[in-house]
Structures are given as structure tokens and as C-alpha cells.
Write a protein of this length. Structure first.
Length: 159
């Protein structure tokens, strides 16, 4: 299985980069992982709704450019479906059993995702009704993907 994270912006904090590197290394046992970072747009401090929409559109264009037509696309969105770790593991396993060889997961920028990206997604996934920093969300998502593979392999993992 190939897993691709498509993310907006760079991770600035070293401790987050270290965590991303660690989970990327761990996942290498289970899947081929790629992380694609697209440039984020600078948001003016008091941006209007129109400016925010334009920013999401520009970031959305960059994201859509990297989506493969044959991939199963999961967009992280606050209005998405919440799953347990076991349900996420089951979803990944089911996709593989039904012939999906590539899953792309999308994490938007600080303003969220362009509606065109949400429309293209095969699934909207929410980790909480709360908003998390998009840089931290990469670590959380990678950890949950790793946990899903450990669950599917019936291997122990800390609780």
C-alpha cells in the first residue's frame, strides 16, 4: 500500500519534524509513505472573507495538482466522520482488500481546505470537533496510521 500525505506549509518546529521522521521510519515496515508539502499562502492579519477564500483556492490548486486519479482520497475536515483507531485500521485494511493500492490523506492550511478539495475527497475524516495546528496534525495522523498498521498486523502497541 502506498500512503501519501499532502500537506500545506512547512513544519517549522524541530520537535515536530523529529516526530514526523520517527513515525515515517516506523511506517516503512508496513507501507510506502510519501509526504508532499505544498506552499502555504500568507494570510493578512485581518483578512476579509474574500481574501480567505482566495487563499484557500490557491492552496487548493496546489493540493489538487498532487491528487492521483486512482487514489482513495481522505481529507481531514472538522465536519468529517470520526473513527476509532480500530475503525481506521479496518478502513485501511478494507481498502486494500478491495483493490485500493494508494491512499492520499490531505491536511489543509490554517484556514482549512478549498471546497473543491473537499468535493474531490472520497472521505472526510475528523479527529475532533476541535481545531489543531496543521503542523501538529501531521504527527497525530502519522501516529494513527502507524497504530492502524500495528492493529492490522495483530502486533502490540502501547495504549
Amino acid at each position: 500500500m502506498k500512503i501519501t500525505l499532502i500537506t500545506v506549509g512547512k513544519v517549522k518546529e524541530r520537535y515536530l519534524r523529529d516526530a514526523i521522521d520517527e513515525y515515517s521510519k516506523r511506517l516503512g515496515r508496513y507501507c510506502k509513505l510519501d509526504i508532499v508539502q505544498v506552499n502555504d499562502e500568507k494570510t493578512p492579519e485581518h483578512a476579509s472573507a474574500t481574501e480567505e477564500l482566495q487563499i484557500k483556492e490557491r492552496e487548493g490548486e496546489r493540493i489538487l495538482h498532487h491528487i492521483h486519479p486512482d487514489a482513495y482520497v481522505v481529507a481531514l475536515a472538522i465536519e468529517g466522520k470520526m473513527l476509532t483507531s480500530e475503525q481506521l485500521a479496518e478502513k485501511i485494511a478494507d481498502l486494500g482488500l478491495h483493490g485500493t493500492s494508494h491512499i492520499q490523506l490531505i491536511i489543509g492550511g490554517s484556514l482549512g481546505l478549498d471546497p473543491r478539495v473537499l468535493k474531490r475527497a472520497d472521505m472526510l475524516l475528523s479527529f475532533s470537533r476541535m481545531t489543531f495546528p496543521h503542523q501538529l496534525m501531521r504527527v497525530i495522523l502519522l501516529e494513527q496510521i502507524y497504530r492502524a498498521y500495528k492493529i492490522n498486523a495483530h502486533e502490540p502497541y502501547h495504549k
